[in-house]
Write a protein that binds this ligand. Structure first.
Ligand code: GRF
Length: 217
């Protein structure tokens, strides 16, 4: 049975440099992904990701506590912006804020996050940036990696979509390991998005599994 192609209207949430978002945009431009990047939401007006969106003429919105001190107003602004862009899928790409439960509810199983380690290890609140890789090195594990997962109300706990293992070498520093992992992030994120574009997976409790080839949907 032919797969249903649902081209996604992707909104990205990002706070920093935005290399993951730019890898996704590259994949869209090259035709590897069929989706559209409809906009970027950032809490950080000075972020690389905003500069990148500007250069690509992708709409963006800066939504943060300075501009919206009231939390429910802030969340409503995010929801309204997503509606304005007709977004039906969200990717978190280095977004440093927690996603409000109202957004998680509205986009149930439609929000992905990427984490630079093999969850459920080395995740959770405050585990970001170099801290992740320092913890990995301190723990002595021989493999780290990348996890793309669905966002739920608990940090880094949602169903895992894809993982990629990355070796840890004896002479690694956190910076070197971070770089090796980031490279894999740029590949795995688009692969994860493609699974949703082509409607190839289903969420069963904590597991994300491939739909059976002959299953009716
Ligand atoms: C990545 O390491 C990602 O795994 C984490 O935040 C970082 C974002 O990097 N969630 P970039 O802004 O996409 O370059």
């Amino acid at each position: 049975m032919p797969h249903k192609h649902s081209s996604l209207r992707i909104a990205a949430f990002a706070s920093g440099r935005g290399s993951n978002f730019s890898a996704i945009v590259d994949a869209i431009e090259s035709g590897e992904l069929k989706s559209t990047a409809v906009g970027v939401i950032s809490n950080n007006p000075d972020s690389g990701v905003i500069e990148f969106a500007e250069s690509k003429e992708i709409p963006y919105a800066v939504i943060n506590k300075n501009r919206y001190p009231d939390e429910s107003e802030l969340n409503n602004k995010i929801l309204d912006t997503l509606d304005e862009w007709n977004a039906n899928f969200i990717v978190l790409a280095g977004y440093m804020k927690k996603i409000d439960p109202s957004i998680v509810r509205k986009y149930k199983n439609r929000i992905l996050n990427i984490h630079p380690a093999l969850l459920p290890s080395f995740g959770g609140n405050k585990m970001y940036g170099l801290k992740v890789h320092e913890s990995v090195l301190n723990s002595g594990v021989k493999y780290s990696g990348v996890t793309v997962h669905i966002v739920t109300d608990e940090y880094d706990k949602g169903p895992i979509v894809l993982q990629q293992v990355v070796p840890v070498y004896d002479d690694d520093t956190a910076e070197i390991l971070q770089k090796r992992i980031l490279k894999e992030e740029h590949t795995i994120y688009k692969e994860a998005i493609r699974l949703f574009e082509e409607d190839l997976v289903v969420v069963l409790g904590q597991r994300v599994v491939r739909k059976r080839e002959n299953a009716e949907d």
